[in-house]
Design a protein around this ligand. Structure first.
Ligand code: KIV
Ligand code: ZN
Length: 434
């Protein structure tokens, strides 16, 4: 029996739900060093960029957007260092962002000279709003910008002889763009790039700003895929932001709608409310029995590096990584968790099935023992669990009830949590050596 199995909410006599579920992991691309970095109060310097880059490699990312080298000297020299010091493993592709202007594209190619594998990522904004108020340009002008940029990239890439250059195009603000225009502009770019089945182009469809519910984004992706002439020669990539708090949900649904690849950042750092949180999305897959291909077995270390490099704290309630997410204060939850662990221990079953916990904390380098914490909201289950952990013996039920009242009185009077060690001490003081 695998440790995690896909969730099956209910079976009706004639069908089983859900009939559609994600079956394998997408290709992941970290944009921590670009989208994440551009949103920081204090953007990362070379040392922090390097530390984060090495951490991304350890996690197992094979595609990493390392910056916007034509727009930032820090990004340019960081790239040069990565390439010249040969710090990019052969199976890892670095990605660089550029706008369509020829000088920026030329500078981008200077930045990646000598790289074994690179993705040049061209973008321009296509939404109705941006066309009207930012660029004051019509569809033909916006298309021309993209096609001219794609052409210059194609010319420069064909001169590269010591590495493989792949292409990526993003119609920025895709979610605010008419689908037929998104398709038209991506078709036009692909007409220039001429992707093949062996050498696919990445078409990245960003929810630059989350404008609607996740199903709407998924519908946009599905419709795009149906209409796009180069669908079979393209990798369809998702790049969701989190303005409505549903960046992960939108990407999960859009994967079901046919996409292949997901861009995001650790813990969702990024512009405004952030990018899609890759940690959450990857571990959501793990809990459904799908190998995400990313290693979060030491999530505390990943969190330490991310917090250090971004100077942003991971919230206590952040899925999987937050301080409090494997903690239950309420009595009934504590009782249920304890019973779940006991049942697993007794039966020796492999499948992780503990009420209120979606993942075994040990699988991400966290511990069982801080799961149960005791304050005035706690009940006998939690108190008994801590006594057992601290002192090594199980309390009979009546003693559990009696001692939990003692703990409740104490925590009520202080208004504070009682740490595990204190619970053990209190038990000894009350019953063993009063
Ligand atoms: O959010 C966005 O649209 C972007 C693009 C540059 C891909 O970050
Ligand atoms: Zn973005």
């Amino acid at each position: 029996m695998p440790k995690y199995v896909p969730f099956q909410p209910l079976s009706l006599p004639d069908r089983t739900w859900p009939n559609q579920t994600i079956r394998h992991a997408p290709v992941w691309c970290s944009v921590d060093l670009r989208d994440g970095n551009q949103a920081l109060i204090n953007p990362m310097g070379p040392a922090k960029k390097m530390e984060l880059f090495k951490t991304l490699l350890r996690i197992g990312f094979k595609e990493i957007e390392v910056g916007f080298p034509a727009a930032s000297e820090t990004d340019f020299s960081f790239l040069r260092e990565l390439i010249e010091q040969q710090l990019i493993p052969d199976d890892v592709t670095i990605q660089v962002l550029t706008q369509a202007r020829p000088q920026l594209i030329e500078r981008t190619f200077e930045a990646i000279a000598g790289a074994k594998n690179a993705i040049v990522h061209l973008y321009n904004s296509t939404s109705t709003l941006q066309r009207r108020v930012v660029f004051r340009a019509d569809k033909a002008e916006i298309t021309k910008l993209a096609v001219d940029g794609a052409t210059r990239i194609h010319e420069l890439a064909s001169q590269v002889s010591d590495g493989r250059v792949r292409y990526q195009y993003s119609p920025e603000s895709f979610t605010g763009t008419e689908i037929d225009f998104s398709v038209e502009i991506c078709d036009a770019v692909c007409n220039v790039w001429q992707p093949t089945i062996e050498n696919k182009t990445i078409i990245n469809l960003p929810s630059t700003v989350e404008l609607a519910t996740p199903n709407v984004y998924a519908d946009q992706i599905e419709l795009f895929c149906r209409l796009f002439k180069f669908r079979d020669r393209a990798i369809i990539s998702l790049h969701t932001h989190n303005d409505r708090g549903t960046g992960v949900a939108a990407s999960e649904l859009a994967l079901l709608a046919g996409a292949d690849r997901v861009e995001g950042t650790l813990f969702g750092n990024g512009e405004r409310t952030g990018n899609l949180d890759i940690v959450t999305m990857a571990l959501n897959l793990t809990t459904q029995g799908i190998d995400s291909g990313l290693d979060f077995s030491n999530i505390k270390e990943v969190r330490r590096v991310a917090e250090f490099c971004t100077e942003l704290k991971v919230h206590e309630r952040t899925p999987y990584a937050g301080d409090l997410v494997f903690t239950a204060f309420s009595g009934s939850h504590q009782d249920a968790i304890k019973k779940g662990y006991d049942a697993m221990k007794e039966s020796g079953q492999e499948q992780f099935e503990v009420p209120y916990l979606t993942i075994d904390p040990a699988d991400i380098g966290r511990q069982y023992d801080p799961i149960i914490r005791v304050n005035s909201q706690s009940g006998k289950g939690g108190v008994a669990y801590l006594v057992e952990n601290e002192l090594g013996f199980r309390l009979p039920r009546r003693l559990q009830v009696a001692f939990s009242q003692v703990v409740q009185q104490a925590t009520d009077s202080t208004g504070q949590e009682m740490p595990a060690r204190e619970v053990g001490k209190k038990f000894l003081e009350t019953y063993v050596s009063p």
